[in-house]
Design a protein around this ligand. Structure first.
Ligand code: T46
Length: 183
């Protein structure tokens, strides 16, 4: 496994070692010991999620708050996404900044999204299946979100907004400043 730091502290891109032979391939999709040795972070994932989406779907930008904040380890099983996270940790030197990376079935890259970040992805290929580990359980009442096209975040999703498919919930999320003012 290799690991790359990003412009955001504690946010990493991981690339597992793939073992290929005449039958196909094998790789460890997560190893707590290797993860801890390479990041210095001790993580205890308690919930795995999976979603399938069509090309053009954007899920996010979501997070959970308080005692239910989640770190996530995100990977694509089939297809491709532009995976993105925004640092919304108050007082962080990179507050409001984002990092994005293409995760796909070929590069098998994974994005580690720390607690205190909003997370979302734009689906680049039809029938994309994404799987991610969370280190805290889903708690509906602790869900939060910010608008994918919040002008202050200056995110370039790479396609025009009228091509993006959102849930009704995500269409009416607040901007980051609106969210912070509500708190
Ligand atoms: C997140 C979650 C949802 N649900 C239920 C609640 C809804 O009835 C249904 C769909 O939920 P939602 O529309 O919030 O799913 P996404 O839009 O994919 O949300 C996720 O998208 C972004 C990218 C994330 O990082 C979060 O993990 C998560 O917010 O699944 C559960 O039962 N457990 C869960 O952990």
């Amino acid at each position: 496994m290799t690991i790359e730091e990003t412009c955001l502290k504690d946010c990493y891109v991981l690339k597992p070692t793939i073992f290929e032979d005449h039958r196909g391939y094998f790789f460890e999709s997560f190893n707590a010991d290797k993860f801890q040795k390479m990041t210095g972070l001790t993580i205890n994932f308690v919930q795995d999620n999976e979603s399938k989406s069509s090309k053009g779907v954007l899920r996010g930008l979501h997070f959970q708050t308080g005692d239910y904040e989640q770190s996530k380890l995100v990977r694509v099983v089939k297809g491709a996404v532009l995976d993105l996270c925004v640092d919304i940790r108050r007082g962080s030197l990179t507050f409001g900044q984002h990092f994005s990376v293409e995760l796909n079935e070929d590069n098998k890259k994974q994005l580690f999204v720390p607690k205190g970040f909003a997370h979302g992805f734009l689906v680049l290929k039809n029938e994309t299946i994404i799987n991610y580990k969370c280190d805290n359980f889903y708690q509906k009442d602790s869900e939060g979100g910010i608008l994918f096209n919040d002008k202050d975040l200056n995110i370039d999703w790479g396609i025009s907004e009228d091509e993006i498919i959102l849930s009704d919930k995500d269409k009416i999320l607040p901007t980051l400043s609106e969210y912070l003012n509500e708190k």
